[in-house]
Design a protein around this ligand. Sequence first.
Ligand code: 5AD
Ligand code: SF4
Length: 419
Amino acid sequence: MNVYDGERMAELMAEQGLTPAEANEADLVVLNTCHIREKATEKVYSDIGRLRKHGRTPMIAVAGCVAQAEGEEIVRRAGVDVVVGPQAYHNLPKLVADAASGKAALDTDMPLDSKFGALPARKRVSPSAFLTVQEGCDKFCTYCVVPYTRGAEVSRPFAAVIDEAKALVDAGAREITLLGQNVNAWSGEDGRGLDALIRELDRIEGLARIRYTTSHPNDMTQGLIDAHGEVEKLMPFLHLPVQSGNDRVLKAMNRSHTRDSYLRILDRVREARPDIALSGDFIVGFPGETDAEFEDTLSLVDQVRHAQAFSFKYSPRPGTPAAEMDGALPAAVMDERLQRLQAALNRDQAAFNADTVGRTCDVLIERKGKLPGQMLGKSPWLQSVHLMTDAAIGDMVTVEIVSAGPNSLGGVERVRAAA
Ligand code: 5AD
Ligand code: SF4
């Protein structure tokens, strides 16, 4: 979502006549920040320090969730010029103008009127484009800052989403990834769910692929599961965070699903779409997590065999209930658990990639590769594929997968469909 927000901010500033520049030559640098773990937050301050090292100091704007969470504290601590939260960035041009005339420029409001109406139309986008349809979170997992920084769950109206999707396709998108902190909690004005939105997007001519991320197990409706079996443009990929394989830990995290209910959802998804690639998020070292409880996470991984996944060491976040919990684990224990988990996840990712060798599939060409004549694209299962081809960016190419590495595949072109 930060990539999407960053693109929208760049478009806004382009309307003001600004053009992109390297950070050491720019007049304005916007840092679009993440507050999810401590490391991400601290990076903002080191980036600010680095920008000032060049002697000539640009105007610095801090956007994103660190701006939302820390507000004036960033001005006090780092003396930046503009602070703008994720729900207020449509005001960025005005804030920059205020800062330029020496006025205070801070906006962390979460207005009821959505920022989206105030953003310029999309003109040129890459073949794989993002589209925010839902923001915020009401789930309040005990470790997570998102409900505080991004606010309550809000869905964009059905028609607004469809209009933006059509504009994206007109601007060059062939694949759209619907975004939301809880994208499958999206609900239309009439109560229809994400599956209805996907079925409407399916009708847009020129749009070849639909994806969505990120989801919560509790919002995985039967309608959405059915869509995976029925909507051809909906790609066979599901990112469904689980966080832990142990019920006591899941309860302490306030996840409101169990190990078993999660596994049963995956069974139903696999029934609807047998070739689906599964992805997830994991946290190791939640306060009080015992060795045996961590083993449950490993055994869940063994059972699911994810195509890819993200895993993190628990990071206490100010203001969240888990930050007050007893049972903090030593760094060495967290490190060891993360290493073991990642070894298992890497093993499964490599196996999934190896399994695609010999298959023929569509690849959407997204950019040039390192070698002359080489292009890079994505398989339906979200793997990077490199191949030699004279196809252009945005073309859909039929490819036979001939080799697999841990992080990408190699393919040979078979037939090309015109863009
Ligand atoms: N510590 C570690 N990981 C976290 N995540 C969210 N909050 C924390 C935290 N405090 C992870 C979860 C979530 C992903 C986006 O980030 O796995 O799904
Ligand atoms: Fe955070 Fe996701 Fe839980 Fe919401 S559902 S509180 S965004 S981890």
